[in-house]
Design a protein around this ligand. Structure first.
Ligand SMILES: C[S@@+](CC[C@H](N)C(=O)[O-])C[C@H]1O[C@@H](n2cnc3c(N)ncnc32)[C@H](O)[C@@H]1O
Length: 310
């Protein structure tokens, strides 16, 4: 086990990143100060626009070499600087999604001269085409009523019906209220539900997640619960103490249930695919038998792209 794995260093990420070898990280999960002047017990969110964007360029250029070739990155932002930072990242990576986190309940005391903001903007980026992504691990199961309603023969055994649906790019998860059991004393703590979804989708089991701005340590706790390693940094010593406390608490020792298909479901999907393939072949053979001899081969060749909608 390498010494930097499963460590959160109480130091500036820009200095501390030198501890991590290049090409060793599967997933970067970054939740930097947003440039909104929030109080993190330091001046990290008090930069003016130009200085904030210069600093953003610096940490992005320091962190990206740490990624493996198949690695990816999620970044939490708000509407204020998401456009500029997305451009910075698009010059270095491929953008895969803009995910909207609907926090459901806005903060109290919003503006009366514009609309109240109730979402975070999350960017999802990859270094190259063959990036790791496990959709099955994060599908949202259908409830029994919906499954029953899809009981027509065309749906039976369909993978999406058995495993659930793609979470899509609008994630509606309540922000953590003061009285929420998960809540630590940090002003912008993220819900485990969101961070665990990113980790299960984009970091292979046993892989490493890097979070340069740990805050209350949500990424570290989520990684441990999902069976992944973590490494990260946090400037504020009081938050570092919260991270240590959260990592020692029972919630961090729980293992999040994998959403992978169970053996019976896997077998059902395989049987269904085989049956479907057999049916298609039979239909094609019948159609081919009805055609003049020289066009039969052509009909079979075009069968699969036209009818395969799995
Ligand atoms: C948006 S918060 C992260 C919240 C975290 N995702 C959570 O769920 O608790 C950003 C954090 O980055 C820390 N920070 C700011 N600049 C930093 C730097 N250069 N190196 C390390 N940490 C930094 C701040 O102290 C703050 O706690």
């Amino acid at each position: 086990m390498t010494s930097w794995r499963n460590q959160v260093y109480c130091e500036d990420a820009l200095t501390g990143l030198a501890r991590i070898p290049d090409g060793s990280i599967d997933l970067i999960l970054a939740d930097p100060p947003y440039g909104l002047g929030k109080d993190y017990g330091n001046d990290s969110d008090k930069l003016d626009a130009a200085a904030y964007l210069t600093w953003s360029t610096q940490w992005i250029d320091a962190v990206l070499p740490k990624l493996k070739a198949g690695g990816s990155l999620y970044i939490f932002l708000t509407w204020r600087y998401a456009p500029e930072i997305f451009v910075l990242l698009k010059q270095r990576m491929t953008m895969l999604n803009e995910i909207i986190w609907d926090r459901r309940v806005p903060s109290m005391g919003g503006s009366t001269r514009s609309f109240t903001s109730v979402h975070d903007t999350i960017g999802f980026f990859a270094l190259q085409k063959g990036y790791y992504f496990d959709l099955d691990a994060v599908r949202i199961p259908y409830d029994a009523v919906t499954k029953k309603a899809r009981s027509r023969s065309i749906f039976v055994g369909a993978k999406w019906l058995e495993l659930g649906y793609n979470p899509k790019d609008l994630w509606s998860v309540s922000r953590l209220h003061r009285e929420h059991a998960e809540r630590a004393d940090h002003p912008t703590q993220k819900p485990l539900e969101i961070v665990e979804r990113m980790i299960r989708a984009s970091c292979p089991p046993g892989g490493v997640v890097l979070d340069p701005f740990m805050g209350s340590g949500t990424t570290a706790v989520a990684a441990r619960r999902c069976g992944r390693d973590f490494v990260g940094f946090e400037l504020n010593p009081a938050y570092c103490a919260i991270i240590a406390h959260r990592l020692a608490a029972p919630e961090a020792q729980l293992t999040v249930q994998s959403n992978q298909p169970t053996e019976p479901v896997r077998a059902k999907i395989t049987d269904f695919k085989k049956a479907k393939k057999g049916k298609k072949a039979a239909v094609a053979a019948t159609a081919a038998a009805d055609l003049p001899p020289d066009s039969a081969q052509q009909a079979l060749a075009f069968d699969s792209p036209v009818f395969d909608n799995t």
